[in-house]
Design a protein. Structure first.
Length: 140
């Protein structure tokens, strides 16, 4: 397992850094909490370059939208944890892109608390979307 924890390294984490991170195809753990300068462009680069990501924390990465999640769904096929806490640009379309990807069979934890564009769903609907889901946090 290769990990990179950039938690609260707000100023230095940019799309340019994401290009460098994308050169690590064996990366499985990435924490970008608070990286407000990372956009869909940077996330797309990482998704394409790091297809083995299983843990991705993008809490408070407020420059992200559904476009970044679509790239994750297309490229990262084994996500186990995805945290989007406080990411206002994410909606149901982004969550559905993950649900339509191979990660639907591996995702165990999904945090969309504060993602106002994501609707509340029933437990049955969530388990239909993500068969392995154990933890789902929404709008507390």
């Amino acid at each position: 397992m290769i990990t990179l924890n950039l938690y609260a390294q707000v100023e230095g984490v940019t799309d340019s850094m994401m290009s460098a991170i994308a050169q690590c195809p064996a990366l499985t753990f990435l924490d970008l909490t608070g990286a407000t300068k990372v956009t869909d462009t940077g996330l797309t680069r990482v998704a394409r370059g790091c297809p083995r990501l299983s843990y991705l924390n993008m809490t408070w990465c407020n420059s992200l939208t559904d476009a970044g999640l679509i790239a994750l769904g297309e490229n990262c096929q084994g996500l186990g944890l995805l945290s989007l806490f406080g990411v206002l640009g994410v909606s149901d379309a982004g969550i559905e892109a993950i649900a339509d990807s191979p990660s639907k069979d591996t995702l165990m934890a999904l945090d969309v608390n504060g993602c106002l564009g994501v609707e509340n769903r029933s437990k049955a609907e969530l388990l239909h979307m993500f068969q392995q889901l154990v933890v789902f946090i929404i709008h507390s």
